[in-house]
Design a protein. Sequence first.
Length: 365
Amino acid sequence: MSYIINNSRGQIVAVVADGTTNSTATDLTLVGRAVVNFGEYQNENYVFLLENFANDTAPTQPILGQLWYNSSTDVISTYSTDNVFVALASQDYVQAQKISPAFTGTPTAPTAAAATNTTQLATTAFVQNNKISPAFSGTPTAPTAAYNNDTTQIATTAFVQGEKTSPAFFGTPTAPTAVSGTNTTQLATTAFVTASPAFSGVPTAPNAVYNNNTTQIATTAFVQGEKVSPALSGVPTAPTAANSTNSTQIATTAFVLNSLENDLGTISLQDANAVAITGGTITGITALAVADGGTGATTAAQARTNLSVPPNSRTITAGTGLTGGGDLSADITFTIATNSNGYGVRYVSTLDPSGGNDGDIWYQI
């Protein structure tokens, strides 16, 4: 029975029949059952594996993960998923890696003790540890920040004293809103200034005359009096509402006419004896009589019949000796057939004419 040879991933590499060997699937000789001198093949396979196929040329049937020792360069390579041999790290490569690399990602290193001052790499932890404020002695000084500086710079006494100056506000500065009736040096906000007083009881005020349009306080009597519809005189006017407005706004004559024209078209405003129809379509008419300018029909075929127009389905067929014809939808042409008596060349001679075509006539004299 044949041997089925699989790789480490369960994929079939070769099927070796009894009494045969296979040296094409891999660089080893795979031995089938009952092969003569199978021990020689097996021992050579061990040697090939031990020396990693040492040769100055690459193996010809490599498989994934196979090692090859290049005997001409002393470099060992492995067969990759890209189906090529890739050289492994050599001693020279390892030495070259001692050059300071260009790190990627988040490289780490041991954190030095606080106050360390050597060539040891400093980690972020070391930097943060050294940010702890020192224990100052005497009268420590520092640069004075500019007025209105808003950073983590150390503030000196000169900066603090300068900040006591009334600032020049910009943007929309805000402050707490004092309660109504406050009378102190507290800053007043716009909310405090515009707050309505809290009236008590039933406050009153002088009643304004009808149609007063000032800043005077309006009483309930004024409001009720303004609801009375005024007695209009002359030709009163009002703003014209937009078409289709549906509200309590007063309607002007312009609104009424515009609405008629918008809803019914200009025909609604024309004289009944002289209506000008300039466009649009007419619907609802199915068979306008011929006497009224119509066809009296609902289909094209029936319209042709009513108007005594022959249908274009009528065809004209050429008779004997002619070709051509067709229906009435296009021009029709008739020609003499090439094989008719009326077509061809007339020959007048004593001898038979040579050549000729269908329809030629010869008069012998």
